[in-house]
Design a protein around this ligand. Structure first.
Ligand code: ZN
Length: 190
């Protein structure tokens, strides 16, 4: 599962995360292995209305970002998006924030209907959407591996990223590198 690897969260974007674009190559490596094995791949995205509640213009804490249909809401241009990928849009209603890909999206039902009980996850940002998505996935009973080289933190308060990692481990998420995950996929039988 690829969380919010969008232009606005990458360097030069409206809510840029330091080195946010560095997650792309590791994610692409794992995406390729998923494709090779015809495993389902989900991409979440922030997909906000122009007057979203999280924006400073409405008293929220964030600058305007990932507004539906704008260039900043697009996925990073280097990210590999297979034709069969499932896109999950969140934060789509003007009065509700959604950090988690599970929030108001029907994602849990989709995973259940596909018989999925384990996910591998990376993206942006460690201390918000990756954290919340991971916590919700664990609540839904899924095994979760967070690819630690494929996440980057906002770190609005120093240490937020590290605390988020600790939170994710506390609820039972495993950490691995994208290389380990790709190797593991490559070595398992079809
Ligand atoms: Zn947002």
């Amino acid at each position: 599962m690829v969380v919010d690897v969008q232009v606005d969260f990458c360097p030069g974007g409206a809510l840029a995360v330091k080195d946010g674009d560095e997650v792309v190559s590791g994610l692409n490596r794992v995406i390729k292995e998923f494709e090779r094995r015809s495993l389902p791949i989900f991409f979440t995205r922030d997909w906000h209305p122009v007057d979203h509640i999280s924006f400073k213009s409405r008293g929220g804490i964030w600058p305007s970002h990932c507004v539906q249909g704008t260039p900043g809401a697009k996925f990073h241009p280097g990210l590999r998006i297979p034709a069969a990928a499932v896109i999950i849009s969140k934060g789509t209603s003007r009065d509700a924030e959604a950090y988690s890909g599970f929030q108001g999206t029907g994602l849990e039902e989709r995973l259940t209907s596909l018989g999925i009980n384990e996910i591998f996850l990376g993206g942006l940002t460690t201390d918000y959407c990756v954290r919340e998505t991971t916590l919700d996935a664990r609540k839904a009973g899924l095994a979760v591996t967070v690819m630690e080289d494929c996440i980057r933190a906002v770190d609005a308060r120093p240490g937020d990223g590290a605390r988020a990692l600790a939170d994710m481990r506390r609820v039972g998420a495993k950490l691995a590198t994208s290389e380990e995950v790709a190797k593991r996929l490559a070595s398992t039988q079809q």
